[in-house]
Design a protein. Structure first.
Length: 95
């Protein structure tokens, strides 16, 4: 089993859950498919219609950014925890 953790902003698309468990999957692409079955709205926030992870979404497999592992084709079969976070932008200037 893999523990999927999502940020508070995305939890509204997962029935208010900030984490849930799924059976092991081989790739991020498979992960997105499983999420789509359980929480279609969440899957649409994470990936576009082609299954590509949206640029403003960060996914970490056991603390490693999937961009370093091969994006959607990243092998995550041994991962114990997946963290899904939207990018954070903004801030202020302190002059």
């Amino acid at each position: 089993m893999i523990c999927i953790k999502i940020s508070g902003q995305l939890s509204e698309f997962a029935g208010g859950k900030s984490d849930f468990h799924i059976n092991s999957v081989r790739t991020v692409k498979e992960l997105i498919s499983v999420i789509e079955e359980k929480f279609p709205s969440l899957a649409r926030m994470i990936a576009d219609d082609t299954g590509r992870v949206r640029e403003f979404v960060n996914i970490f497999a056991d603390g490693i950014d999937i961009r370093e592992l091969g994006r959607e084709q990243a092998n995550i079969i041994r991962a114990k925890e997946i963290l899904i976070l939207p990018s954070i932008a903004g801030g202020s200037s302190y002059d």
